[in-house]
Design a protein around this ligand. Structure first.
Ligand code: FAD
Ligand code: SF4
Length: 511
């Protein structure tokens, strides 16, 4: 008997030919559908480079599928949402079976499920086996745990998947965590010569996409002048190999360091390729382990890197699906202020923000500490509404997809879920930024001045935050030291900090 025809939906972040939706593809009866949706690029005010990366990678992927004999219905520049375009295609083609992988965005997942119910077609939504940890495994791990902490999850992942273990099943080097050897600032003289990451000249498809994005989304933030992202699996593999051969060696030690005109540092810049699924985390970890042995790299850098992929990346995904949709609405501190307009332009006098936001607009990239301890730290201290901050992160980074962006922003940077998976709010004064970067050198503000005209806004808002939340910080052994330092500040100076902070908070746009 003839099997009914199926439509296989491939979203822009599911560009892997081995993916769960394609594994039983039937060349006789199935058809792939890929949709470029204009409204989708406008759910948040997306960076031009992010739109271009998704479209270019999708077009390349469709071309590869076609070359291998897949039947591909590729919808370009649709004015419909993904769900409406899908409904339209199912109706026109008279198909009643849809196969897809669970989208990395809760809203879209709900919308597709609703469409299937309303339009009465059979939906086969499959879990994304790109990840090491399934939803079930994560739920089982999280069940009945008082505290959900990365460290314990990460150790379980190392053991389950036999990664960086010695022959007796113990962690290589005798410890699970080498953080104390990592995370140094660059020398005072600067970072020295850093191997430039491999960058890819736009080919004809990418050039077309760039021209299209410039025309279609002229008002969107960000530049396309520096667009050099990998857009195919072949390029992503090349980028991975280059990273492990030349840049991994100093990843760990300078993981947290920041320096002007050094947008990538020693980071891998592999997140967009991983999140688009051009790369599989298993091959990334295998390449890192190989390089460790081949080049006798320090275990600290190798463990530090693997922790990010096998630990954080899997952990935040587990948390996203565990806590949605609540995670998107959480606002532990009830912060309500608007995002300062300069988050979209970089036009502020604060050098640290200028640098982090400036490179974000240029490249669609900033590394973890810039996201967490510069833009994220400021947004928390400045009492910005978490959903506004999350929208900004989702818009401006080329690697931003909600399953990874939201837990990092709402959960880690903003403490919006009250510490569900972090033991304390990540806050720091200008002193931290001064220690980890050269940003403060030519800033008009002084990182160690707490109030007054030359006071660093980050520092003023940091102490103000501690004063406002003194009880919470006093009650937590991990943060008690911070409030102990507060006790060393005279009452009159504390009052001056609060007064100055109010002025800043009421004029955030003018900083
Ligand atoms: P590297 O520093 O070289 O790290 C290697 C890889 O580890 C990354 O490519 C990434 O896949 C993974 N990784 C590292 N840290 C994390 C983390 N905290 N969570 C998940 N994966 C991690 N990452 C995204 O991929 N998309 C996002 O939208 C995103 N939003 C963030 C928002 C905030 C507020 C913060 C603090 C972090 C966010 N991150 C996000 C995590 C991290 O900053 C980026 O993964 C990293 O900067 C990407 O650059 P890289 O590839 O050079 O990473
Ligand atoms: Fe940022 Fe303050 Fe340093 Fe200026 S002084 S760069 S505002 S931390």
């Amino acid at each position: 008997m003839n099997q009914p025809k199926r439509l296989i939906l491939i979203l822009g972040d599911q560009l892997d030919k081995q993916n769960a939706a394609l594994k039983d593809y039937d060349f006789q009866r199935d058809e792939v559908i890929m949709i470029e949706s204009v409204p989708e690029a406008q759910v948040v005010w997306s960076h031009k480079a992010k739109i271009a990366l998704f479209l270019s990678a999708m077009r390349h992927f469709a071309q590869e599928l076609k070359a291998e004999g897949y039947s591909v219905h590729y919808i370009q520049d649709s004015s419909l949402s993904i769900v409406d375009a899908l409904k339209d295609a199912l109706e026109k083609k008279n198909i009643s079976q849809l196969v897809c992988i669970e989208p990395g965005e809760w809203r879209l997942k709900q919308d597709i499920e609703k469409l299937a119910k309303d339009a009465n077609f059979h939906l086969d939504m499959r879990e994304d086996d790109h990840f090491y940890c399934s939803h079930r495994e994560f739920r089982e791990w999280a069940a009945n745990k008082k505290e959900l902490r990365l460290e314990f999850f990460y150790r379980l992942m190392r053991k389950t998947h036999d990664i960086l273990l010695d022959k007796d099943g113990n962690p290589e080097g005798g410890q699970w965590n080498f953080d104390q050897d990592n995370r140094k600032p660059y020398p005072k003289s600067g970072p020295g010569i850093i191997e430039t990451p491999i960058l890819f000249e736009p080919d004809a498809i990418t050039r077309d996409v760039i021209a299209f994005v410039k025309k279609q989304y002229p008002e969107h933030p960000g530049s396309l002048d520096h667009f050099r992202w990998p857009v195919t699996r072949e390029q992503a593999l090349e980028a991975l190999q280059y990273f492990v051969d030349y840049r991994l060696r100093n990843f760990g030690i300078y993981q947290d360091a920041m320096w002007t005109d050094t947008p990538y540092g020693w980071h891998s810049i592999l997140s967009s390729s991983l999140n688009l699924k051009l790369l599989n985390p298993r091959e990334v970890i295998a390449a890192v382990v190989d390089a460790w042995k081949k080049y006798s790299l320090d275990l600290s850098t190798v463990e530090g890197f693997i922790r990010q992929i096998l630990g954080w990346r899997e952990f935040v995904r587990g948390m996203y699906y565990l806590d949605m949709p609540k995670m998107a609405a959480d606002n532990y501190y009830d912060h309500q202020r608007s995002l300062p307009s300069w988050y979209w332009t970089g036009k502020t006098n604060m050098r640290c923000m200028q640098n982090a936001i400036g490179q974000t607009l240029n490249y669609g990239y900033a590394h973890h500490i810039q996201r967490l301890m510069v833009t994220g730290n400021f947004a928390l201290l400045a009492e910005i509404l978490p959903s506004a901050v999350c929208d900004w992160y989702l818009a401006v980074y080329v690697d931003a997809i909600e399953w990874v962006e939201l837990p990092n922003t709402a959960g880690m940077a903003l403490f919006a879920n009250g510490g569900r998976f972090t033991s304390k709010p990540y806050i720091a004064s200008g002193a931290y930024i001064k220690r980890m970067s050269n940003y403060c050198g030519d800033c008009q503000y002084k990182p160690d001045v707490r109030f007054g005209e030359t006071a660093c806004p980050v520092t003023t808002l940091y102490w103000n935050f501690l004063i406002q939340h003194r009880e919470q910080f006093d009650g937590n052994p991990r943060t008690r030291l911070m409030t102990a330092n507060l006790k060393k500040i005279h009452d009159a100076d504390q009052a001056a900090i609060v007064e100055h902070a109010q002025k800043i908070l009421n004029n955030l746009d003018r900083l």
